[in-house]
Design a protein around this ligand. Structure first.
Ligand code: FAD
Length: 597
């Protein structure tokens, strides 16, 4: 009998991370994926990271995951975004060689001795008394396990659109997965559909790079992983813009778009809209930015980031050729939109196991998220928890006060989604604490405890932690915080000043960590106190008769939201989108006053 400890369905970004974590921890794991050669394919943009998304990848590194290693091996350009802003909202973004990323994923997975990979389509979930028993595939093979993780991306009943032409597909050129949604629904799970889209790809040699602006890369000394890395940036990216002529063509033909026609009924990512949607939403904008990014080091294709579209191919060709540098551009693959099934994520626990089907875990786009990083962040949590469950060990839950992955999962399972969910730093109440420079301090001890971090890295981590604590202590004994800020530089990190004051050679990430710790000292102190306070009051019941209306100090928007969501306790109130720690403190104060009346 084909029996495994854990079965993962889908070799995308969630599936890779889930299979890697489960096998690394020692569970006999099976990965079933449609096409072995397309494991780790990046369906859309050739980049990983950015503000918010990059924070997730740092956290995956701190948890011992695979994505950061794959990034180091396959990046072709590195940039640190938002360097003029504070350390909490900076984001590392790497341009990735897409074909190499997929090859490296397959290579790394095949090194795992506990992992078996088969090429097939999972079609049916086998259960026994609401307990997962395994998966039946299209080839009529049954694989048995008490823990199954589904990471099916955009493949469940996927339908692609180019103008009014539609196709049943999981993404361009790959068949959709049909059958599994029905099986999920038969188990009582509620599903829905969402939409996303991608731009056309252009032939590199048909682009006139002389006419467009080169985008400078950054020389960095660390990437997502723990150990330092001096970047080399062998490939250039460029910038160009749409113009009034482009807009005229798109708007004149907007009725040919499947969204306008009403063929696509479901919600797409609000923060990553198609160019058609941008022009309709922002009619006064005369131009939109396009990032011109290579699909890979040796690829002859360019990804024009910012003009995702599902207009007919001839219209795509027309509007593309109005853009500076693209006058003679040849489209190698048309842009398209895709609609797909997903499972409403409120049906999950924080471990990403479904509440009602014991042993069934879901991760990635199937939970309503969009993005490789969001998928991988869920994958690692699902993989760890499937292993823990299999071995009767404790659940592995990340809190929203300790990680962006925790924020994402908490948002998904408590509030749910009504559009594809992507990570922004604004989703985290404690973003001063959740920085990329301190991801290892936040999460590595927790990951080490369960076996995700090896002994030698943990030893190096402990040494770095000790050094960090000693330097901070020494500096605080010698200087007041304002003096330190002055010496370090107020807004940007003065690396040399910090090195000099620390009187030792420090890695760049550690320097950033020390800088942020000093710069935010007062705020961090307050945030930690607020976390403790909020923990204490989490279960505080909002009494019957307490009115959210006309509470001085609470904005009208928050009052309205509180009335709408009607939370039963402080923990629930804290999950309302836009709720701030200050508003929660005020609410606690008002409830105490109310109780004393
Ligand atoms: P995927 O990476 O899609 O992987 C799913 C895997 O599961 C595949 O390997 C597939 O073969 C396998 N599979 C599916 N069903 C079965 C089955 N029944 N049996 C066996 N194997 C199965 N992200 C952004 O951040 N921004 C964007 O603008 C954006 N646009 C996108 C546009 C398009 C057209 C597409 C397709 C994706 C886009 N993405 C975008 C999303 C990004 O590609 C996904 O969010 C990310 O890849 C999701 O990861 P995943 O692991 O959940 O799924």
């Amino acid at each position: 009998m084909k029996k495994f400890d854990v079965i993962v369905v889908g070799g995308g970004h969630a599936g890779i991370e889930a299979a890697h974590a489960s096998a690394k921890l020692g569970s006999k794991t099976l990965l079933i994926s449609l096409n072995k050669k397309r494991i780790g394919i990046m369906s859309c943009n050739p980049a990983i990271g950015g503000v918010g998304k990059g924070h997730i990848v740092h956290e995956i590194a701190a948890l011992g995951g695979l994505m950061p290693q794959l990034c180091t091996k396959t990046y072709i350009q590195a940039r640190m975004l938002n360097t003029r802003k504070g350390p909490a909202v900076r984001g590392l973004r790497l341009q990735i060689d897409k074909p190499e990323y997929s090859k490296e994923s397959i290579k790394e997975l095949s090194k795992l001795k506990n992992l078996t990979i088969v090429e097939d389509i999972a079609q049916e979930i086998i259960t026994k008394d609401n307990q997962i028993a395994g998966i039946k595939t299209r080839q009529n093979i049954c694989y048995y396990s008490n823990c199954v993780i589904l990471t099916t991306g955009t493949f469940l009943n996927g339908v692609t659109y180019v103008g009014r032409e539609t196709d049943s597909a999981g993404r361009e050129g790959e068949e959709a997965a049909v059958g599994l949604t029905k099986s999920l629904e038969n188990l009582g799970l509620q599903t829905t559909r969402l939409k996303t889209g991608t731009p056309p790809r252009l032939l590199k040699s048909s682009i006139n790079f002389v006419k467009i602006e080169k985008q400078e890369a950054d020389n960095l000394e660390y990437l997502f992983e723990f150990y330092p890395h001096k970047t080399t940036n062998p490939h250039d990216c460029y910038l160009t813009h749409t113009n009034e002529k482009t807009h005229e063509i798109i708007l004149k033909n907007k009725e040919l778009s499947p969204i306008y026609q009403g063929d696509i009924k479901y919600q797409g990512p609000r923060y990553c809209p198609s160019i058609e949607a941008k022009l309709i939403s922002f009619p006064h904008k005369k131009s939109h930015l396009i990032f011109v990014e290579p699909e890979g080091a040796d690829s002859d294709e360019i990804y024009p980031n910012g003009i995702s579209t599902s207009l007919p191919l001839d219209i795509q060709e027309k509007f593309i050729q109005t853009i500076a540098g693209f006058e003679n551009a040849i489209i190698t693959r048309p842009g398209y939109a895709i609609e797909y099934d997903l499972v409403l994520p409120q049906q999950l626990k924080h471990t990403l196991e479904t509440k009602d089907i014991d042993g069934l875990f879901l991760a990635g786009q199937i939970n309503g998220t969009t993005g490789y990083e969001e998928a991988a962040g869920q994958g690692i949590v699902a993989g760890i928890n499937a292993h823990q469950k299999n071995k009767n060990k404790e659940e592995f839950i990340l809190d929203r006060n300790e990680s962006y992955i925790g924020v994402m999962i908490d948002d998904l399972v408590t509030i749910g989604i009504d559009e594809p969910y992507r990570m922004f730093t604004s989703r985290a109440e404690r973003r001063l604490i959740l920085r990329q420079d301190n991801a290892f301090l936040r999460l590595t001890p927790k990951a080490y405890e369960i076996g995700m971090i090896d002994q030698s890295m943990y030893k190096d981590f402990l040494e770095e932690k000790k050094l960090f604590e000693e330097i901070i202590k020494r500096l605080r004994e010698k200087y007041s915080n304002p003096q330190l800020i002055q010496k370090f530089g107020d807004t940007t990190c003065d690396k040399d000043a910090i090195k000099k004051l620390a009187a030792t050679n420090l890695s760049d990430r550690l320097i950033q960590n020390i800088f942020a710790d000093v710069k935010y000292y007062d705020y961090l102190d307050r945030e930690h106190k607020e976390i403790e306070r909020a923990k204490k009051y989490r279960q505080m019941v909002i009494p019957k008769g307490f009115s959210f209306k006309n509470q001085p100090g609470l904005s009208n928007e928050l009052q309205e939201k509180l009335i709408r969501y009607n939370p039963k306790n402080i923990a629930q109130a804290g999950l309302i989108p836009g709720m701030t720690p200050a508003a929660i403190s005020l609410l606690i104060f008002k409830i105490k006053q109310f109780d004393n009346c």
